[in-house]
Design a protein around this ligand. Structure first.
Ligand code: GDP
Length: 204
């Protein structure tokens, strides 16, 4: 059985010191608040309420870890881009998430979710620029693809790929809808392959 479908909540980290010891390959999910990240994690894992654990009061600014069978972990990073977050909170985010992404040897892939109706916002570009030196592969999901017609979806896919290529920000890009299932199985297969490829070396 797919390890992604065996996800179980492990722990939350509010501070770098709270991060669990590295044990196996980790897949990190990032994106602006409200982009559909929790819904995507629930769709991929087949657990309807799993990622809503990350939305309970007090957990939204934490990194939430889920075990994926015995194989690896899914890591739900706190959503970025609340315009109103105070500077103090932003520095906490930078220290926690920035520290995690730049130092975690177990990082086997980063999944960046963007709303298909407005992909590559300045915040998304900043995040991708910031990720540039991180060696893990990246996957961009264009979420809520059910909101656009087929023609508009394919145009958004092509435009996003072209913009990322132009900026030399190598990434896989896929259409994704938690609502009608577009992309869900393909993305799960891709992530399972990343876990397998990282298997022997990550976290050691
Ligand atoms: P998060 O804040 O990034 O975790 O986003 P959520 O998963 O909570 O979703 C934010 C809002 O977008 C909710 O109202 C969801 O119902 C809606 N949403 C999430 N995924 C989809 C999708 O694939 N299609 C549509 N139409 N709406 C979605």
């Amino acid at each position: 059985m797919s390890s992604i479908r065996q996800a179980r909540f492990l722990t939350s980290a509010a501070l770098p010191a709270d991060l669990p010891a590295e044990e196996g390959p980790e897949l990190a999910f990032a994106g602006r608040s409200n982009v559909g990240k929790s819904s995507a994690i629930n769709a991929l894992t087949g657990r309807r309420r799993l990622a809503f654990a990350s939305k309970t009061p007090g957990r939204t600014q934490m990194i939430n870890f889920f075990m994926l069978g015995a194989v690896g972990r899914l890591v739900d990073l706190p959503g970025y881009g609340y315009a109103a977050v105070p500077q103090a909170l932003r520095s906490t985010w930078d220290a926690l998430v920035g520290g995690y992404l730049s130092e975690r040897k177990a990082l086997a892939g980063v999944v960046l979710l963007m709303d298909i109706r407005h992909p590559l916002t300045d915040l998304d570009r900043n995040f991708l620029e910031w990720l540039r030196p991180v060696p893990a592969p990246r996957l961009v999901l264009l979420t809520k693809s059910d909101k656009l017609s087929r023609t508009a979806r394919l145009k958004a896919l092509a435009d996003t790929r072209a913009a990322l290529d132009k900026a030399a920000l190598t990434s896989e890009v896929r259409l994704f809808s938690s609502q009608n299932g577009e992309g869900v199985n393909e993305v799960r297969d891709l992530l399972e392959a990343w876990l397998r490829n990282a298997g022997g070396s990550a976290g050691k």
